[in-house]
Write a protein that binds this ligand. Structure first.
Ligand code: HPA
Length: 268
């Protein structure tokens, strides 16, 4: 499947070598508007790519440039809660790495656990808590599976992201992301627990892909768009529709900031 998907991409975009792979979560779809001369390939045409089951998540791979940066952008990802399997992004990431990507930029929507991290703000992930303790590397062999997770979120890429966001007038905070398996939202007791354990935000994605990317030796940058306060921290009623409407409200700014980060990111 890897060879077939790679071959198809090479045929559709001859000679195109992206160095940055991007995964767009809820609220981040506007990033694709910043891609110049995109070549779009439906996941359905790419063996092993996830056909989306979640409203608000696209299902296309976009190849093109943002500024001078050649990027491969996945609009939509596979989540653990869709099937129970947490390795659904292995093949897509292997394909993108084989195409040339050295860096994985991830985005998601998340709930805030911190009073000073308000809905519609952005957070750069500095570390994560794998609350379900599930790994996409189960079943792999070889000593490479024992991946170190210190600085899994590349400090140099994050520093650049913070500086580039500041140039856009946006104070990008850093924080710890806790993975909740979902698809149900958390209880207020779970939110209090996660906050005490040191999490700043909570969401249902990103962590498996970070583990996969580190296993592949890719550097990771990840940004969360805060769509709500965690359950019990405000009077908001949590629902997927609420996530999507808050994400839509902040989407323009988030996408513009990420496009500027991608255009200016220095990789070495
Ligand atoms: N919890 C889990 N995932 C989320 C949330 C939340 O509050 N908001 C957006 N994604």
């Amino acid at each position: 499947m890897l060879k077939d998907a790679l071959q198809l991409l090479k045929t559709r975009a001859p000679g195109f070598v992206p160095r940055v792979a991007v995964v767009l979560g809820s609220g981040w779809g506007g990033v694709t508007e910043h891609i110049v001369d995109p070549v779009r390939v439906a996941y359905a045409d790419l063996p092993g790519f996830p056909v989306p089951t979640v409203a608000g998540h696209g299902g296309e791979l976009w190849m093109g440039s943002i500024g001078t940066q050649a990027v491969a952008v996945m609009s939509g990802r596979k989540h653990g809660y869709e099937t129970g399997a947490v390795d659904g992004m292995r093949l897509p990431l292997q394909v993108l790495q084989a195409l040339g990507c050295e860096v994985l930029v991830q985005t998601n929507a998340a709930g805030s656990l911190r009073a000073d991290l308000a809905p519609r703000s952005l957070m750069a992930i500095s570390d994560h808590i794998n609350w379900p303790q599930r790994s996409p590397l189960v079943g792999q062999s070889g000593s490479e599976r024992f991946v170190g997770m210190v600085d899994a979120y590349d400090p140099l890429l994050r520093q650049q992201a913070v500086e580039l966001a500041a140039l856009q007038g946006l104070a990008l905070q850093s924080g710890v992301y806790a993975w909740a398996f979902g698809p149900q939202f958390e209880t207020p007791a779970e939110i209090r627990m996660l906050a005490r354990l040191g999490a700043d935000a909570v969401g249902m994605s990103t962590v498996p892909e970070t583990i996969l990317a580190r296993h592949l030796g890719m550097r990771v940058l990840a940004l969360s768009l805060i769509t709500n306060m965690g359950a019990g921290l405000s009077s908001e009623h949590l629902s997927h529709a609420h996530t999507l409407s808050e994400a839509a409200a902040a989407s323009h700014t988030a996408s513009a900031v990420l496009a500027s980060i991608l255009a200016n990111l220095e990789l070495n």
